[in-house]
Write a protein that binds this ligand. Structure first.
Ligand SMILES: [Zn+2]
Length: 303
């Protein structure tokens, strides 16, 4: 008898939840973007893991894909109804797309508007960073750089040095999208949390230097990512978009003289020192487009 009462009560509660879901379309639809870089993947420490010429690259594409998949699975368990994964490292063609479930969509290759968070303007409800790394001015992060380790020595937004994580969070914030979780080394996590607040995080390794880390194994890393993504969805409402209102001022320092010299021919760029230019943009979308131009333009681009 008592068991029947409990059962009836349970059915009533489930019915109430179901009718709430039916009345509120927002409660049913939950689109998640997962931006996946590679330097922050467990075990990645040098160029050997990070590009097609490295002797471990093929295996690390696999590990990168598994970390992304862990986030996909946990996002789905956390209520995601639509998932887009953006390949945001190197040539943008690292993720092994055949390993993803058929309803996942993958953004590949460059150049593309909004860069590492392309797709964040398509009604996304939550953003996740996997495999992220520290910014170029961080003295300890594994493979620390901002956008280009070969070409850039500093990128600052409104006078504060940025990491790719905080820059991309600001682009997402423009569209009202909160970052809810990231994975990467301890330096990368600390930097992004300092900039945008206490998001969930999976520490895949502890930095021991630019080319060294005490790392989790791939299995341990994917388990941790799954757990932290689920934890993030458990308190998703706690995360607010990181908004940087326009207009914004961006300072870029190059490793060489010539990019600064030639960009300063354009009136929109002010040359602030031998290696640096400053520009203003009306918002983060425009700033992102200008940064993409700076990074991608060459007069001999083909096709
Ligand atoms: Zn990368």
């Amino acid at each position: 008898m008592r068991r029947n009462i409990v059962l009836v009560a349970a059915i009533a509660v489930l019915g109430a939840v179901a009718s709430t879901l039916a009345q509120d379309p927002q409660a049913r639809r939950l689109k998640v973007l997962i931006s996946v870089d590679m330097e922050g993947v467990a075990g990645a420490v040098t160029a050997e893991q990070l590009g097609p010429t490295g002797f471990e690259y093929a295996r690390f594409r696999e590990f990168m894909t598994k970390e992304a998949l862990a986030a996909v699975e946990a996002a789905r368990a956390g209520g995601a109804t639509e998932i887009v994964v953006a390949d945001a490292h190197g040539n943008g063609q690292n993720l092994l797309i055949e390993q993803f479930p058929p309803d996942v969509r993958v953004i590949r290759s460059w150049p593309r508007r909004l860069g590492m968070v392309a797709g964040v303007d398509t009604g996304v409800d939550a953003l996740i960073f996997i495999g992220y790394h520290a910014g170029t001015n961080n003295p300890t992060g594994v493979r620390a750089h901002t956008f280009s380790s070969a070409n850039l020595a500093r990128v600052a937004l409104n006078g504060t040095n940025v990491t790719e994580g905080s820059w991309n969070a600001a682009i997402a914030g423009h569209f009202g999208v909160p970052v809810i979780m990231m994975s990467g080394d301890d330096a990368a996590i600390e930097e992004v949390r300092k900039a945008i607040g206490g998001i969930e995080a999976a520490e895949t390794k502890r930095t021991l230097g630019f080319h060294s880390a005490l790392t989790l194994t791939p299995q341990a890393s994917t388990n941790l990512i799954r757990e932290r993504v689920l934890a993030a969805f458990g308190r998703r409402q706690a995360f607010k978009p990181y908004r940087v209102d326009g207009p914004v001022t961006v300072d870029v320092t190059f490793k060489n003289y010539m990019p600064a010299e030639v960009l300063a021919y354009l009136p929109m760029f002010e040359r602030t020192d031998s290696h640096s230019v400053r520009f203003r943009a009306k918002d983060m979308v425009e700033a992102s487009a200008i940064m993409s131009f700076i990074g991608d333009y060459r007069p001999d681009i083909t096709p």
